[in-house]
Design a protein around this ligand. Structure first.
Ligand code: MOS
Length: 708
């Protein structure tokens, strides 16, 4: 049902329902739920990047006070090797199953003790001997192990004749861009509290989707999913790093089974870095050709990313090249390079974020060579339909984002020549970028009960990882039932609530709203009936069209102003403005907070974040918050974000997702602003001081890393 013209909860700014619980400390997270008879597990992780475990000597550890035992590959419970994700079996889940070391940070033992301190002390006393093999952690496009990425979710683009169009172009940009490995760095470290009872396993876990995690854990243990009960009521951030069934949950479930007690694992920050997930590094080459009139003739986007041979993964760097610009020839090639590294996972705006850095930097370089305003270049190349798919866009409000963003930012007064603005010793520049991000829904179930007291209980296996999902869904349910939000009691974050998509792919709120709207529609048929309670339950699986005949995307335009100190190489972002087209906005307060958070993450990517691997050991050298800097308050300037009016016709209530689009685009806007300030292109992230002082090329950077 369309509720857009009815004044209601959707569209109104509202603070988070659980905000009071969080600020008073009453909200319980996975590592602080009260639990009697609790034992504590401490992970021991591999310190080499490749090889085998020759021996683990636990004799000292086992004699230490309070130690209950040590699990390793020789005595751990056996897991079902076929357990996996939508790509198939996932070896990264197979913890303590063999002596192979596939990456530094791989959990190789778990020490279990009466207190975390005793477990930690005993873990330090474990003596591990390795047979070390040579490792390779060095990503490059030409790596001999490079192979095409999975096309499980659609083929790469190959339309028109790229080479012929490039040959006929007045200007051609052919450049290389690199982005580093990054860490999700959610505030709450991964943790789980797990116990078994009568063949059922119960867990409070830090994850982004309790239902899908329960499916994976059930598969690992070869038990019915109905015997796995996962709660994740409050989660302190995820950004994709908690989308999987995490090591904390797998290992704690093993220990709880073995010792017959509840077991808690709470990772240290260092363990989160080395043992959970990361955004893979990318190495990208882009060729773009344009006519003298600024019309693009060809886009060729090649991207390589690192993964682990343990599991398939897609970093979708080339998606925007299929969406953003009209060009007669578009080719994309996505390459996966298996290396001895932590298996990657989606990190906010997977693919789109590193991919847009490359694409939107290259577009800016085209504008530079054409001596054309980069905003004008973009306006000139807007497609009328999907440039590769040929499908119409269901809603494409990118031009309003560009025009309104330019107006608010004051773009019209900009002198497009680089190094044209100074303030004392500082070089000032501005830049912009556009992005798209795919939107849609995935299957979920929901049930709504009309209670005796007149209120409604909405139950859905949704996940609120700090986004405000709980609050947004309450508004959606209230409008769908035609009542005030105070009549809605919402239950989320529990696998027992039924099948539901997780907080991921910018599809959480759309998927859950779709299910809630359908459940409300069904319930309304029974509301005249006086019997209470009455419940309506729906499963949207059969209602979803996975072959839509229109492109469903969200869009943004991001504008940045920077000041660069040429003496130190320091880049300070002064202003950031993002204009977004994300369908109908459910809660402007929380939506703004989401996209601003995303933009700050993009700023952080542009200037700060970088997981550095020591080339001699392959280990991450800066896996803590002292060595891995992400944007802190002092780094974050005046950030503004707003939404252009939009309505998604493929959604029953006009919604699209907005969890990730804030991140994509920001790094390119900042890099383009740095070029405008300094006259030098920064094609490698992060834009470190040394790179500003002495620019390096993407080809040099491999050498730079090797000699580091
Ligand atoms: Mo997200 S990176 O799709 O959890």
């Amino acid at each position: 049902m369309s509720t857009d013209r009815i004044p209601g909860a959707v569209g109104a700014p509202r603070i988070r329902i659980e905000g009071g619980l969080k600020v008073t400390g009453a909200a319980r997270y996975a590592s602080d739920v009260p639990m009697p008879d609790l034992a504590h597990g401490w992970m021991v992780t591999a310190t080499v990047s490749r090889g085998r475990i020759r021996d683990i000597d636990a004799s000292t550890a086992l004699g230490m006070p309070g130690v209950l035992g040590v699990l390793d590959h020789r005595n751990a419970p056996r897991l079902n090797a076929l357990a996996g994700n939508y790509f198939g079996p996932d070896g990264s889940l197979q913890l303590l199953q063999d002596d192979v070391i596939p990456y530094a940070g791989r959990p190789i033992a778990l020490v279990v003790a009466e207190t975390p301190e005793r477990a930690r002390a005993a873990a330090a006393a474990l003596r591990v001997a390795y047979d070390i093999e040579p490792h390779d952690v060095d990503l490059r496009l030409e790596h001999p192990a490079a192979r095409p990425a999975s096309t499980a979710f659609g083929p790469e683009a190959d339309t028109g004749d790229v080479d012929a169009e490039l040959a006929a172009s007045a200007v051609v940009v052919d450049e290389r861009y690199r982005t580093p490995e990054e860490s999700h760095s959610a505030l709450e470290p991964h943790a789980a509290t797990v116990w078994w009872e009568n063949g059922h396993v119960y867990a409070v876990d830090a994850n982004q989707g309790a239902f899908s995690v329960s499916e994976v854990l059930a598969a690992l243990w070869s038990v019915d999913r109905e015997r796995v009960h996962i709660r994740a009521e409050h989660v302190g951030g995820g950004f994709g790093g908690k989308s999987a069934c995490g090591p904390q949950l797998i290992l704690a479930s093993m220990a709880a089974e073995r010792f017959g007690r509840p077991v808690r694992i709470a990772m240290t920050r260092e363990q989160v870095f080395e043992a959970t997930a990361s955004r893979p590094p990318t190495d990208q080459r882009i060729r773009i050709g344009a006519g003298a009139d600024g019309h693009l003739r060809a886009i060729h986007h090649r991207a390589a990313y690192a993964l682990s041979p343990l599991a398939e993964y897609i970093e979708w760097c080339t998606e925007q090249a299929k969406i953003l610009y009209a060009a007669p020839a578009i080719r994309t090639q996505l390459t996966a390079v298996p290396l001895d590294v932590l298996p990657p996972a989606s990190m906010r705006g997977p693919g789109a974020t590193p991919g847009s850095f490359a694409l939107e930097s290259a577009i800016d370089e085209v504008a530079e060579r054409l001596e054309m305003d980069p905003l004008e270049l973009r306006l000139r190349n807007q497609p009328t339909a999907g440039p590769v798919s040929g499908l119409p866009f269901s809603s494409r409000r990118l031009v309003p984002c560009l025009r309104e963003g330019a107006r608010r930012f004051g773009w019209a007064t900009r002198d497009r020549r680089p190094r044209s603005r100074r303030e004392g010793p500082l070089l000032i520049g501005s830049g912009m970028a556009t992005t798209s991000f795919s939107a849609g829904v995935f299957p979920s179930s929901a049930s709504i009960t009309a209670e005796r007291d007149g209120a409604f209980t909405v139950s859905i296996g949704a996940s609120d990882i700090g986004t405000g999902a709980r609050t947004a869904l309450t508004a959606v349910a209230a409008d769908a039932l035609g009542v005030g939000t105070e009549e809605i009691r919402i239950r989320i974050g529990d696998s027992d609530l039924g099948m539901a998509w997780g907080a991921g792919g910018s599809r959480g709120t759309t998927s859950w709203s779709f299910a809630i709207l359908e459940a409300a529609r069904k319930l309304r048929e029974h509301l005249a009936d006086p019997v209470r309670p009455v419940t309506a339950t729906v499963d949207t699986t059969a209602m979803i069209n996975f072959q839509p005949d229109r492109e469903r995307q969200t869009f943004s335009a991001v504008f940045a102003e920077v000041a660069v100190d040429p003496a130190t190489g320091e880049v300070r972002v002064r202003r950031l403005l993002g204009m977004f087209a994300v369908g109908r906005v459910i809660n402007p307060l929380l939506a703004r907070s989401q996209v601003i958070g995303g933009m700050i993450m993009g700023l952080s990517m542009a200037l700060h974040e970088e997981s550095v691997r020591d080339p001699r050991t392959g280990r991450q050298a800066n896996g803590d918050f002292a060595g891995y800097h992400f944007a802190a308050h002092a780094d974050v300037p005046d950030v503004e974000a707003d939404f252009v009016p939009d309505y998604e016709p493929q959604d029953p209530a006009g919604f699209n997702g907005l969890g990730e689009i804030g991140t994509a685009g920001t790094a390119a806007a900042i890099a383009n602003a740095v070029w405008h300030a300094t006259g030098t292109r920064q094609r490698i992230l992060p834009i470190r001081l040394d790179r500003v002082l002495e620019p390096v090329t993407a080809v040099d950077v491999a050498d730079e890393l090797r000699v580091a």
